[in-house]
Structure formats: C-alpha cells, structure tokens
Design a protein around this ligand. Structure first.
Ligand SMILES: [Zn+2]
Ligand SMILES: [Zn+2]
Length: 204
C-alpha cells in the first residue's frame, strides 16, 4: 500500500489524466507479477489487481492531503453555498446529473482552481475573494466541470495555453490539450447556463 500511495503521489504530481493513471497502474502491476512470484516462492497466490474500492480509498487520502495543504475547507457557509449553487448550474449545463459534482472553497491565499477525481471541484479563497462577478466564478467552474466531463484532472488550472494540436484536430491529451479542451467545453456550458461567456476571457 505505501508503494501505491507513492505511485499516486507521483501521478498527481505529474498531473496525468485518470484513464492514463489506471492504465499505468495496471501496467506496473502486470510487470510486478513475475518479480513477486520469484521473490515469494512460498506463496502461490498471485497479487490481486487493485479493486475499485482500494483506488477510491487512495484517492480519498490524496484529496485529504491536498485539502490540508491548502488550509482546509473555508468556514463560511454562505460562501460555500454560493459556490455550490453556481457549480450546480454548470453541472446541469454539462449534462451531468444533479449534485454529481461537489464544489467547495479552500482557505488558502494562493490562487488555485482544481478538478480532482472522481467529481470534485475546489477553488481557494485566493481566487474566490478576487472575483468581480458571479460570471467569473461560473467561468472558472465551467472550465473545471469541463475537466470532470472529459475525465481529466488538474490540480492547478491557472496556467493557460492554447493547444495547436487540438485546433488541428490531433489532440495528444497532454497538459495543454486538457486545459484547452476544458476551456472549449466551458464556453458551451456557460452559454447553456446563461452566463456571460466573455467572463472566461476576462478572468483567465
Ligand atoms: Zn484546467
Ligand atoms: Zn489538444
């Protein structure tokens, strides 16, 4: 288990997407099989692949670490309800089921917006306190919901670049691609939810 946690930490650090992570995990386990067989002759049982529950548990641990590192949840129910309400509008605009994505504010001055597996969107007070309009909040959430809908992760959505491959129809699914894709989706969601899509440009 410490090995898997280390793997997870590395994966999140590299910010690779969820599907690639599962594939990577499966590959590592498959490669590890002959070694573990050779080293433990007394045991005939092959190691089981990680269950969905064990992966979920590891993700929960990682999530707790990220929340703790960013000052924990902001103790302001009005603000937390505000982001939940705006987030819910974008969730529905993305065609995801009501309440399926969670939105919260972390008490951290560093401006951060993130989308974590399975369906968790968090922003810091460093972003929330500087917003000039609800449209700007909606624009950030639309981008994060874009990550969730596309099944990609990001622990830091501040840095933005266009993806030339994506524009040419050859997405490589690298970090730039994922950010670009989330922005593309965000434009659609904002329009559907009735928010000013220019907020996306004005904020990010
Ligand atoms: Zn992003
Ligand atoms: Zn791309």
């Amino acid at each position: 288990v410490p090995y898997l946690v280390a793997l997870l930490v590395i994966t999140i650090a590299l910010d690779i997407n969820f599907a690639a992570f599962i594939l990577f995990l499966a590959t590592v386990l498959a490669m590890g099989l002959p070694f573990s067989r050779a080293s433990s002759k007394s045991r005939s049982r092959a190691p089981k692949p990680p269950s969905e529950e064990s992966i979920a548990r590891l993700l929960a641990v990682k999530r707790k670490q990220i929340i703790a590192r960013h000052g924990g949840l902001l103790q302001d129910q009005v603000a937390q309800n505000h982001v939940k309400n705006v987030g819910e509008r974008l969730t529905l605009a993305a065609g995801l089921s009501a309440g399926s994505v969670s939105f919260s504010i972390l008490s951290c001055p560093e401006p951060r917006a993130m989308a974590l597996p399975p369906s968790i969107v968090m922003i810091t007070t460093g972003i929330y306190r500087t917003l000039r309009s609800e449209s700007e909040l909606a624009a950030i959430f639309a981008h994060e919901v874009g990550h969730i809908a596309a099944n990609t992760w990001s622990i830091d959505c501040r840095r933005r670049t266009n993806c030339k491959q994506h524009q040419a129809g050859r997405c490589h699914r690298n970090r730039q691609c994922r950010e670009y894709q989330a922005d593309q989706l965000a434009v659609t969601y904002l329009a559907k939810a009735g928010y000013n899509r220019n907020a996306l440009v004005s904020f990010l």
